[in-house]
Ligand binder design. Sequence first.
Ligand code: PLP
Length: 401
Amino acid sequence: MKFNPADNIQDLQYFGEFGGVNPSISDSSTYTFLSAKTMFDTFEGNADGCYLYSRHSTPSNLYLGEALAAMEGTETAHVTASGMGAITPVFLQLCEAGDHIVSSRTIYGGTYAFLKNFTPRLNIHTSFVDITKLEVVEAAITENTKVLYCETVSNPLLEVADIKALAELAKKHHLKLVVDNTFSPLSVSPAKLGADIVIHSLTKFINGTSDTVGGVVCGTQEFIDQLRNVNDGASMLLGATMDSLRASSLLKNLRTLHIRMKQHSYNASYLANKFEAEGLKTVYPGLQSHPSHNLFSSMMNPEYGYGGMLTIDVGSSEKANQLMELMQHKNAGYLAVSLGFYKTLFSSPGSSTSSEIPEEEQQAMGLSEGLIRFSIGLDNDIERTYQVMKKCMVEVGVLKK
Ligand code: PLP
């Protein structure tokens, strides 16, 4: 049967202890044991179904983790307090002093900062490469390389990684391919294409209501057990644990992700086509003009579309700021970082979510100062929104009348 991430989520049934249609929330940080021996066994990781302490795991976190594992098609998953709380322990679990990472150079600014500024303190070094050039990726691999890292669709340039080809490369050189799939949930299933570990910031599309941060690591049981190990597990020891109340609300929001992604994709595709037709420099994986349009099409689960993210380049940061302020004033969206909300969000990555990347490197990768990143919302009538945006663009001189 064909892999369908949303059907896999839908097939999961969890009931509350009184027959509730949602699972009960585990509102405890610690758990009692009838015997001291079972407590000891649980510490040792040998007492399935027992809970010890909520930094380790909770029933609510496990429900959410299993739903996300079903979505990504991995054996299991571990939910965390934020996307960065998922990403950083994965690197620290896979690498030790002296090891090397090959990473895409267009990644979320926080991840970039962690690899560029933080892990070198632990003698873990990273080469940042153009992930779309496989020969460049391979040339960067050394005998110390342990991890190949990328985002399926990169933040903020919307470059697309060839997951299948990267997985083959990783296999050939005995590396772990770690993929951040935050921008393309449901649309792309990286583990099905060969990725070893799939990460999400749940803060974005998956939660979808901009009311919490959260993250997940999807992978094999063996790797997730390593992350949670009480003696040397990076997730367990660094402590970025999701709260049960949040896990419960995230699980409820996950139930509608497929409907939301279809609408995000529909609206983004509509606007991208309109913007491009107006002559604006527009980047959207669903546009024929996107350099990796065919690659994305070959990797995607088609019914969820090309995602809700697009960028335009309006030439200068002054123009970008004027336009964003005016669009917010006219209620076309909010001048805010983050993504995946019902409302359109826009920001200028060079001065916000990618400001950790030095200016020369921003230029080298094509991150221009006039770039505006849009997370397109769930607007009911996207033509109406387009008309508002177009008026704003004419008013600030980005488009001619
Ligand atoms: N990965 C991507 C692609 C992101 O865009 C972000 C945040 O913007 C993160 C990871 C980090 O997630 P969080 O803010 O939930 O820690």
